[in-house]
Write a protein of this length. Structure first.
Ligand code: C2E
Ligand code: MG
Ligand code: MG
Length: 716
């Protein structure tokens, strides 16, 4: 507690001490009673007391003092210490002094001399109480001012916060009247231009509130709403904005005060989320669904089909020889091709069909509604047809075919994994069938995948165990009806799987390198066989041997071929080598160099599968080619197909212009033979119509008897 003092001033020491005695008796416990007999010293004493922290509630001064009169003293003091209550002791004739004090507002009471002790003590006691009250009041006042200031600060902080927040805020009272909103709110709802028009503003906000209370305008996210006791919803505005909206009832001690709405523009965030979601479920190159999305839909479709007892199809397909295109023309062209392929594919699908890129050049297709397996095969045929016309990309004109495998639910599998596995097995069957076709799964293909794995591991030993055989297919000159050439075609006589098609194992051998020794064996065997036919006295003919891309890039290929010819005592003119366009394009300079060397040796060169890689006819001039073999995909459906006819006829004229023989591959019927002969003047043909590939022994018989299945005479 602070100490307090009462000051008494009188230059009459006797009176001063009486005054002091009386005051001490009554107030001495709580107050120091300071007695000063020199009015000029009052201020000094006062200042000292104040410096010691002593409070002075009351001063009592005599009026009549020699050095400074009481009224003067009190008026001076009042200027400095207005809170202290001033009491004047006066004689009878001192009205002027009292008036002075009153005018200065400095007088609390005056006490006439001689005074009555009780009067004095009552007056002082009252003064002390009054002082105390004043002090308390002043304190309260100060507190009030401070509180008010705090309140003001909080309020402006609140407003600043309201404006600084990223959310649009709208506060509505219990009766639905708008209390406040921030600028962001006006921005989100695009009402900033209305703000000066109070009526319009209120109307619009009321309209907004009205709409907010109607559930159909917002897509309530029930899950979020449950998690959150606040009302939460996502609004999709007409202008495309996506707004997240919370509303919360404001309560004070259980009393409902109103509602605070907060709105957040989440358009960008939602778009980013959408993008991320899209990327997680889509292929970036083509924009198609990816595996994840496909699997998701497949599972859903399975559930539905299971319930409704309906069928659906899973189709697995890839692009034949896509790797070659990628390797020889680069990934940029490969990517471009994939995109163009997808564009075409999408055009031939029905709504509800789901096409996905499985990876690389592999695609899956989900046909959720089919009535019969024929619906699926029809779509598969449509895919083959739609891919058929050449793709014009930059300077390249690319031909793409596809091998397609089909699995039907529930016939070919009752779960996603089995259906996909079986569609894949059917795809391999399609490859085996010579590509560019579709196959439906059947149980015989069950172990296809395992089969492939087994094939690949055994491939390395198959040479040692002598499991490869060469078959030979005649190439006919339809003018002379002679077999002018035979193409050597390798088969793998597998102990478990029987005859395995080169379409299956050559790519495997290419990949794992086994093609090098196998290729060498093929060359050796074909040359030996040809030499044998010559030794038998048959008319010398050319044997044509396929070279795979990897084989062609072997550095010592030319010398190897030379050694083989020498070893078998075969003339180079009795050997033809077949390479594909893409093989030739992979390293043009190297290819040119090798081809020149073969040419100089007297070995002829054939361009195989012509048309499937490029239509880059200008390249042909660079190579000393003897033969072009038109790929069977152009020949198969030639009749009635103007585009194919145009291509085949162009290749034939080109051959004529460059003096290159042209062979049509895959001639399967008499009509085709006749059409090619009479309409297109094609001279050389190969195909089942004349003869399937035969074993060396069977072909020997054929050559000896001069008889082909279709009575083509072999003139000798
Ligand atoms: P390719 O060189 O274009 O061989 C022609 C393919 O067409 C052969 O298939 C042949 O049996 C088939 N074929 C011939 N006439 C017809 C016909 O009228 N209709 C149908 N649908 N097909 C016919 P194959 O023997 O299954 O060989 C497929 C491919 O495997 C060959 O295509 C070739 O690229 C490759 N290949 C075959 N043997 C060898 C080989 O010894 N070495 C290399 N590197 N590749 C080979
Ligand atoms: Mg060939
Ligand atoms: Mg061919």
């Amino acid at each position: 507690m602070r100490e307090k003092a009462i000051i008494c001033v009188d230059d009459d020491r006797v009176i001063l001490s009486i005054l002091g005695e009386q005051l001490k008796r009554c107030f001495g416990n709580q107050y120091n009673i300071e007695l000063i007999d020199n009015s000029l010293e009052v201020l000094d004493v006062w200042t000292e007391l104040v410096a010691e922290g002593i409070e002075i509630p009351v001063i009592i001064s005599d009026q009549n003092m020699a050095k400074m009169s009481g009224d003067k003293l009190l008026i001076e003091l009042h200027k400095l210490y207005p809170q202290t209550l001033k009491i004047l002791l006066t004689g009878a004739t001192e009205a002027v002094a009292i008036r002075n004090l009153v005018n200065a507002g400095a007088l609390y009471r005056y006490i006439p001399k001689p005074w009555d002790e009780t009067d004095l003590l009552l007056t002082v006691s009252e003064a002390l109480r009054s002082y105390k009250q004043e002090q308390q009041l002043a304190q309260q006042n100060q507190l009030l001012i401070a509180t008010n200031q705090q309140l003001q600060e909080s309020l402006s902080l609140l407003v600043a916060t309201l404006e600084a927040t990223a959310d649009g805020i709208l506060v509505v009272d219990n009766c639905g009247k708008v209390v406040r909103f921030n600028q962001k709110f006006a921005d989100i709802w695009e009402i900033s231009n209305l703000l000066s028009n109070k009526l319009a503003k209120t109307q619009v906000i009321n309209l907004i509130l009205q709409q907010l209370s109607q559930p159909y305008c917002c897509h309530l996210d029930h899950k979020a709403a449950q998690l959150n006791s606040n009302n939460y919803s996502i609004l999709e505005l007409k202008n495309g904005k996506i707004i997240e909206c919370y509303s919360q009832i404001q309560k004070l001690q259980d009393q409902n005060l109103g509602r605070v709405w907060s709105f957040r523009d989440v358009t960008e965030r939602q778009q980013a989320e959408k993008l991320i979601k899209h990327q997680a479920f889509h292929d970036t190159l083509t924009g198609l669904a990816n595996r994840n999305l496909f699997n998701h839909h497949l599972t859903e479709t399975l559930h539905k089909a299971n319930k409704s007892q309906t069928k659906f199809a899973v189709i697995f397909f890839d692009l034949d020889r896509f790797k070659t295109i990628n390797d020889s023309l680069g990934h940029a062209i490969g990517d471009l091709l994939l995109r163009s392929v997808v564009e075409r594919l999408l055009n031939c699908l029905r709504e509800g069909d789901l096409l996905s890129r499985w990876g690389g050049d592999e695609f899956t297709l989900l046909l959720p509604q089919i009535n019969s397996p024929q619906d699926a095969t029809r779509i598969a045929q449509r895919i083959l047809d739609t891919l058929h016309p050449a793709f014009e990309l930059n300077d390249h004109c690319l031909r793409v075919t596809s091998s397609i495998g089909i699995a039907i639910y529930p016939d070919h599998g009752k779960d996603a994994e089995t259906l996909l596995k079986n569609a894949d097995a059917a795809l391999y069957r399609a490859k085996e069938e010579g590509r560019n076709n579709y196959q439906q799964y059947n149980s015989a293909l069950n172990s296809q995948a395992q089969k492939l794995l087994k094939l690949e591991t055994r491939l390395h030993y198959a040479l040692e165990t002598q499991e490869f055989v060469l078959y030979y297919q005649p190439i006919i000159d339809v003018i002379t009806n002679r077999i002018v050439k035979v193409e050597a075609l390798v088969r793998w006589q597998h102990p478990e799987f029987g005859l395995v098609s080169p379409n299956i194992f050559i790519p495997l051998a290419e990949e794992n390198g086994a093609i090098i020794p196998i290729g060498k064996w093929i060359l050796e065997t074909a040359c030996a066989q040809n030499r044998l036919w010559q030794k038998m006295g048959l008319t010398p003919l050319k044997v044509s041997v396929n070279l795979s891309p990897k084989q062609f890039q072997q550095r010592n290929l030319v010398s190897t071929v030379g050694q083989i010819l020498a070893r078998n005592k075969l003339l180079p003119s009795c050997l033809e080598l077949e390479i594909t366009e893409t093989t030739a394009m992979q390293n043009t300079d190297l290819a040119k160099n090798i081809i020149m060397q073969f040419h100089d040796m007297g070995i002829t060169l054939a361009m195989d599968d012509f048309g499937t890689g490029y239509c880059s006819l200008s390249y042909l001039k660079q190579f000393p080619l003897d033969t072009i073999k038109i790929d069977q995909s152009f020949i198969k459906n030639l009749i009635g197909n103007p585009e194919d006819i145009a291509i085949v006829s162009a290749i034939l004229s080109l051959g004529q212009a460059f003096n290159i023989n042209v062979v049509a591959e895959g001639v399967e019927s008499k009509e085709l033979r006749n059409f090619l002969t009479t309409t297109l003047q094609c001279r050389y043909m190969q195909g089942h119509y004349f003869s399937r590939p035969l074993s060396g022994k069977d072909l020997t018989k054929l050559l000896k008897h001069n008889i082909l299945r279709n009575q083509v005479q072999i003139l000798d």
